[in-house]
Design a protein around this ligand. Structure first.
Ligand code: C2E
Ligand code: MG
Ligand code: MG
Ligand code: MG
Length: 281
């Protein structure tokens, strides 16, 4: 009887897997058609200085404007795109679109801030620094206006390739940030060797600040480590004034979060750039 039960359980899991594969395949088809029909958009979330609340940069975040379902957030489709490989053409589109937008802002006489684009592990593995450079060059954009965000996992999956790509990007002047820092498995000896410019402290640690002792300790340690390695540091997911006060007190002055600005469509991002131009004029 036990064997029969086990067999049935096995069949159950096999069916679950088959259903999931079918769902992913269907979603992959929808994603490809969404790209062909221009249903993807970038929203831009400000990175802000806690010293003077000046706009210091944007992170481009992908949105799917689905005619039937409305706005779909990346958490619902990026993992599947990563699994099927569609993330490579989709990621290329994101970088191209961010560059196109930067070019348009430059041409409108605005003074753009760097825009960061998320590069998934599989995208990084399948592209060279030259591939990324070609997209930036297509728009005649100064490389310093583009930043790539990668996770520790992306680096560790193929360390030699990642080191080569990141080194070449740095030489070209394209900035590279390690995203969600503290949640991955990169060791300090690798971190020391990585040609990067910025660490972004993961939201999960910022969440517990200032009350949770462990989170506060982790955050101050990352800030000290970034300082020691000569890297910029950005706190992600800052929602409360107490978090901002803690960060400012510990010399982390760049933040990104709901407290200083939600992700907004390009036209609202333009308003932020225009306001910045008026304030610095
Ligand atoms: P991420 O790169 O760590 O981006 C930050 C996420 O945190 C964004 O979610 C942003 O909206 C959210 N966030 C910002 N501030 C706050 C805050 O104060 N509180 C809270 N609760 N959340 C905040 P989003 O846009 O849903 O993106 C989720 C993830 O999807 C991103 O995490 C990134 O890993 C991935 N992603 C987004 N766009 C792209 C893309 O174009 N390409 C790739 N490969 N991945 C992307
Ligand atoms: Mg990011
Ligand atoms: Mg992040
Ligand atoms: Mg995150």
């Amino acid at each position: 009887a036990a064997k029969r039960l086990g067999g049935r359980r096995h069949a159950f899991f096999r069916k679950e897997l088959a259903d999931q594969a079918r769902r992913h395949l269907a979603l992959d088809g929808d994603l490809r058609s969404a790209l062909a029909h221009g249903q993807f958009r970038l929203h831009y979330q400000p990175k802000v200085s806690l010293i003077d609340f000046a706009l210091e940069g944007f992170e481009a975040l992908l949105r799917w404007e689905n005619p039937g379902q409305g706005m779909i957030s990346p958490g619902e489709f990026i993992p599947v795109a990563e699994e099927t490989g569609f993330i490579v053409p989709l990621g290329d589109w994101v970088l191209d679109e961010a560059c196109r937008q930067q070019r348009a802002w430059l041409d409108q006489g605005l003074d753009p801030v760097p825009v960061a684009v998320n590069i998934s592990p599989r995208h990084l593995r399948h592209r060279t620094a030259e591939d990324f450079r070609r997209i930036v060059d297509r728009h005649g954009l100064p490389p310093g206006l583009i930043e790539l965000e990668i996770t520790e996992g992306a680096v560790m999956q193929d360390l030699d390739h990642a080191l080569a790509v990141l080194g070449a990007l740095k030489a070209m002047g394209i900035r590279v940030a390690v995203d969600d820092f503290g949640t991955g498995h990169s060791s300090l000896s690798y971190l020391k060797r990585l040609p990067i410019t910025t660490l972004k402290i993961d939201r999960s640690f910022i969440n517990g600040v200032p009350l949770e002792r462990e989170d506060a300790g982790i955050v101050t340690t990352i800030i000290a480590m970034a300082d020691m390695l000569g890297l910029d540091v950005v706190a992600e997911g800052v929602e409360k004034t107490e978090q901002a006060n803690f960060l400012r007190h510990h010399n982390c002055t760049l933040v990104q979060g709901w407290l200083t600005g939600r992700p907004v469509p390009a036209d609202a991002a333009l308003d932020l750039l225009a306001k910045r131009l008026r304030e610095t004029a």
